[in-house]
Design a protein around this ligand. Structure first.
Ligand SMILES: Nc1ncnc2c1ncn2[C@@H]1O[C@H](COP(=O)(O)OP(=O)(O)O)[C@@H](O)[C@H]1O
Ligand SMILES: [Mg+2]
Length: 193
């Protein structure tokens, strides 16, 4: 079972989401959980080097070939973090996905890159967006939710903006974040359990 975390846009929350989804998978009882870091920048691999997560093994796979090989070796749950702006790797890994999670932000400039990302996913593979670092109660967030619903794109989660999440590898994982991403994982696995 492989869940791909991807967006052509950088800085939206892919690596953060990959870490939290891996931790949430352990909490849900998946064993083993493998985080495949397909981004040459290796930010999620570095994060787990500083703060290892019990039950999560990291595999660095910064190319199409290594990422596909790592996905084929997954037992239990694989969570794949991907590089931004690389249509080739994105297209190669989403074709083998059991589900695709697309982190995004609230706000109009985000829509076109997300739509381009959605276009790379073959029909029939479950996909949903996660609105990251959301400012709850703002018009921007409400407008984004309405817009995605109109596009008939599933929203699998809205993760609030949290200092404890932004702190990244300097902090332990935030409870709010784990709960939010646990709910995302449930959505991603809906069709499979
Ligand atoms: N829920 C959140 N609350 C606060 N900051 C967040 C949240 N999610 C992500 N961030 C921050 O947003 C920035 C980009 O996230 P990152 O996961 O590195 O994105 P990507 O992998 O898409 O480039 C990071 O500084 C990260 O800490
Ligand atoms: Mg990243």
């Amino acid at each position: 079972m492989n869940i791909i975390v991807t967006s052509l846009k950088g800085g939206v929350g892919k690596s953060t989401s990959s870490i939290y989804l891996s931790a949430a998978a352990v909490e849900l009882g998946y064993d083993p959980v493998t985080l495949i870091d397909a981004d040459p920048q290796a930010s999620s691999a570095e994060w787990l080097e500083v703060w290892p997560l019990p039950g999560v093994t990291v595999v660095e796979a910064p190319s199409e070939r290594t990422a596909i090989r790592a996905m084929g070796r997954v037992e239990g749950m694989g969570i794949v973090d991907t590089p931004p702006g690389n249509e080739r790797i994105t297209q190669a890994v989403v074709a083998l996905a059991d589900a695709v999670v697309i982190p995004t932000r609230a706000g109009g400039v985000e829509y076109s890159r997300v739509l381009a990302t959605l276009d790379l996913i073959p029909a029939g593979i479950p996909r949903g967006i996660v609105i990251c670092a959301a400012r709850l109660g703002t018009n921007d967030l409400e407008a984004a939710i309405v817009w995605w619903k109109e596009q008939k794109v599933e929203i699998w989660g809205v993760i609030p903006e949290r200092v404890g999440i932004a702190a990244g590898p300097e902090a332990r994982l935030s409870r709010d974040g784990l709960e939010g991403y646990g709910a995302v994982l449930h959505q991603a696995l809906r069709g499979w359990r």
